[in-house]
Design a protein around this ligand. Structure first.
Ligand SMILES: Cc1ncc(COP(=O)(O)O)c(C=O)c1O
Length: 393
């Protein structure tokens, strides 16, 4: 076989693909591993979404290509959602672009804007695809430290001028994976001013905007002053509507940036299956807020169950106001050792914080995306293991 490309050789393997391989090997040995490491919603989408898909699939007119910009009806539904949810007006023809899952758009946006010598500003502790996109494009990543003492918000004021002048994009994500941190509109106003001043595209990845607890309402970066002049936001159906496997999302905001993204996408993919767009419209237009609230109440209950158990399993964490995650660290041993022993001795998989950047090194991410029974089982196994390993005697 020929040599693989330098582009790929320079890319670290995707952490969750590696751990998935290890899980399969352990399962083949007959071990039952409870997975608290992945943020994969365990509950189904709203029933009307599934019904719409089933009806649409049976329609013989829905099986052809649906266009590089998806269907107008889908784009209009996304625009209606932004107006209803955030009071933000979007032109469905120029300010909404469907994606095959937001991850696809995130990586392609970097390919659309970055070359060798360019800089992507990426929070250290963030979803890996922001840095991956920059690396695939041959660009450099400038890491913005995000630390607990600053609520996991990057300090924009300390970015050196020569870095700001070479940077083309800035990534943020609140409610945040993996830390659970949140941001208010004042933060986005500040980012918008910084990006407009330095001619930087602000990229707000917002998949957890509707996964929030305790009365907290997350906002859109597009609600900031002058946001559309420099901002694109990534919308995902994966977590909002429990549709992770359906691969549906959208990029919304600055029209020029969306045209550029479309230039990449129209050369790479040919849009989604129309039935998926139809189901997406049903999700956006006909999912009552009560469905979202009830789903979030299940996650909140699981979050609280984990938080209550933490002292008995040697972990500490803050209470997150959103996302599927608890960002914890071990109190008695190094977090890496904790994760390894939890997997091999308690048969519970946890995500290492360093998968999200160097700043995450001493942290462990736990997910609430597992059924109540499996969560109880995982916490029980962790308690027995931790008690016998570290607390007996
Ligand atoms: C912060 C963040 N962005 C993007 C994604 C990708 O979502 P999608 O399923 O829409 O590709 C995820 C998935 O976990 C995520 O946590």
């Amino acid at each position: 076989m020929p040599e693989i490309s330098d582009r790929l050789r320079n890319l670290p393997p995707y952490f969750f693909a590696l751990i998935g391989q290890r899980m399969r090997e352990m399962q083949e040995r007959g071990l039952d591993i409870v997975r608290l490491d992945i943020g994969n919603p365990d509950m189904p989408p709203p029933p009307h979404v599934v019904q719409t898909l089933a009806e649409s699939v049976r329609n013989s007119g829905k099986h052809g290509y649906s266009g590089y910009q998806g269907t107008p009806a889908f784009r209009q539904a996304v625009a209606r959602y932004y107006q209803r949810r955030f009071g933000v007006d979007l032109d469905p023809d120029t300010e909404v672009l469907p994606l095959i899952g937001s991850k696809e758009g995130i990586v392609n946006m970097s390919l659309a804007y970055l070359d060798a010598g360019d800089i992507s500003l990426v929070p250290d502790i963030s979803y890996p695809s922001y840095a991956t996109g920059a690396r695939l494009a041959g660009a450099a990543v400038y890491w913005l430290p995000t630390v607990a003492s600053n609520y996991y918000l990057p300090e924009i004021d300390v970015i050196p001028d020569d870095i700001a002048s070479r940077a083309k994009v800035l990534w943020v994500n609140y409610p945040n994976n993996p830390t659970g941190a949140t941001a208010d509109i004042g933060f986005y106003n500040k980012l918008t001013r910084f990006c407009l001043k330095n001619d930087i595209l602000l990229l707000s990845d917002n998949p957890y905007v509707d996964v929030t607890f305790d009365g907290y309402q997350a906002c859109s970066a597009l609600s900031a002053e002058n946001a559309k002049a420099c901002t694109v936001e990534f919308v995902s159906f994966s977590k909002t509507f429990n549709m992770a496997g359906w691969r549906l999302g959208a990029a919304v905001g600055n029209a020029a940036a969306l045209r550029t993204l479309l230039q990449v996408k129209s050369n790479v993919d040919s849009g989604h299956f129309q039935a998926i767009y139809d189901a997406g419209i049903a999700a956006l237009d006909h999912t009552p807020q009560s469905w979202i609230n009830e789903r979030n109440a299940v996650y909140r209950r699981r979050r609280d169950r984990i938080l209550e158990a933490l002292p008995e399993i040697g972990l500490v964490a803050d209470k997150p106001k959103g996302t599927l995650y608890i960002w914890a660290h071990a109190t008695q041993i190094a977090s890496q050792e904790y994760i390894e022993r939890a997997l091999t001795e308690a048969h519970v998989a946890l995500a290492p914080g360093e998968a999200y950047g160097k700043g995450g090194k001493n942290y462990i991410r736990l997910s609430v995306g597992v059924s109540d029974d499996r969560l109880d089982q995982a916490l029980g196994q962790l308690k027995s293991w931790y008690t016998s390993a570290y607390r007996s005697g």
